[in-house]
Ligand binder design. Structure first.
Ligand SMILES: Nc1nc2c(ncn2[C@@H]2O[C@H](COP(=O)(O)OP(=O)(O)OP(=O)(O)O)[C@@H](O)[C@H]2O)c(=O)[nH]1
Ligand SMILES: [Mg+2]
Length: 236
C-alpha cells in the first residue's frame, strides 16, 4: 500500500548526525499518526554513513536507503523521488528535519491550495541562523536565477513538499543535476503554471554545512548557464 507521505533525504558523509536526526524525525512523524516512508538517498559517502543507514533501515520497515558511488545531490534527490510511493513527498535535509515545515506544508497540499510548497529561508517572516557568507550566497544565487531564468520566488534550495503526481512530470523535464537540480525543479514548477506557494521557515542547522561553499561555485555557474540555454534559448 502506498503511504500518505514519502520523505526523501539526500545524505552525504553525515555519520555525526544521521542516527539522531532520523530518530527524531521518525518520532515526530509517528506522533502525528502519519502513514509515511523515509528514503535516504545516499551517494559518495566515505564515512560510516552507509553502515549506519543499513542498520537503521534493517530495524524499521518504514525506512529505506540506497547508495551510489559518486557524490551528487541532484541525482540523489531525483532517484529518491523516483522511488517514492507517497501521495505527497517532502524533500528534507538531514541537518534540518524540522517538523514545523511538515505541519505547515502538508495541510496546504491536502486542501488543494498548492501543488508544491517551498520552505523559504529568505521570504518575509523567515529566520536564517547561518553565517553571513552563506546567507549572502543564497541572495546572490537567487539574484542569478532571477536574471538568468526569470525566477520570481525567494528560495529554491532546501525544503519542498509536493503532490507527487503533479510534480513527477516536471522532474522528467529537468536537465541538470548537482546543486542546481533543486533550483531547476522549483523554477520549472512555476513555469508549468503549477500552484507553487512559499512559506517562510526558521532555519536551524544541526551542524555546520558539510561542503565548502566556494567549491560549489563553478558547478553552479556551469549548470545555471546550461539552464539559461535550455530554457531561455532552446525553449525546452
Ligand atoms: N546524496 C547526497 N546528499 C548530499 C550531497 N551534498 C549534500 N547532501 C545532503 O544534502 C543535505 C543538505 O546539505 P548541506 O551540506 O547541509 O547543504 P547546505 O549547505 O545547507 O545547502 P544550502 O541550503 O544551499 O545552504 C544534507 O542532508 C546533506 O547530507 C551529495 O553530494 N550527495
Ligand atoms: Mg545545511
Amino acid at each position: 500500500m502506498a503511504p500518505h507521505l514519502s520523505v526523501v533525504i539526500p545524505v552525504y558523509n553525515e555519520e555525526s548526525i544521521i542516527a539522531s536526526a532520523a530518530e527524531e524525525l521518525r518520532q515526530g512523524l509517528d506522533a502525528r499518526g502519519i502513514d509515511y516512508e523515509i528514503i535516504f538517498a545516499e551517494n559518495g559517502s566515505r564515512d560510516a554513513t552507509p553502515r549506519i543507514l543499513e542498520d537503521l533501515c534493517a530495524k524499521n520497515p518504514r525506512l529505506r536507503w540506497f547508495h551510489s558511488e559518486r557524490p551528487n545531490y541532484g541525482s540523489a534527490l531525483k532517484a529518491g523521488i523516483a522511488m517514492a510511493r507517497g501521495t505527497y513527498v517532502v524533500c528534507d535535509e538531514i541537518d534540518l528535519c524540522d517538523l514545523t515545515f511538515y505541519d505547515a506544508a502538508l495541510p496546504r497540499l491536502e486542501r488543494g491550495e498548492a501543488d508544491m510548497v517551498v520552505g523559504s529561508k529568505a521570504a518575509k517572516g523567515a529566520s536564517d541562523q547561518r553565517p553571513l557568507v552563506r546567507r549572502a550566497a543564497t541572495r546572490v544565487h537567487n539574484g542569478l536565477l532571477k536574471v538568468a531564468l526569470g525566477f520570481q520566488g525567494t528560495d529554491t534550495h532546501g525544503l519542498k513538499a509536493f503532490r507527487r503526481e503533479a510534480l513527477v512530470p516536471v522532474i522528467q523535464k529537468c536537465v541538470v543535476d548537482m546543486d542546481v537540480f533543486a533550483s531547476e525543479f522549483v523554477i520549472r514548477a512555476w513555469r508549468e503554471g503549477l500552484k507553487v506557494v512559499e512559506i517562510p521557515i526558521q532555519l536551524h542547522e544541526k551542524r555546520q554545512p558539510s561542503i565548502h561553499l566556494f567549491k560549489r561555485v563553478p558547478n553552479v555557474l556551469k549548470n545555471v548557464g546550461k539552464l539559461f540555454y535550455v530554457i531561455r534559448i532552446a525553449g525546452k
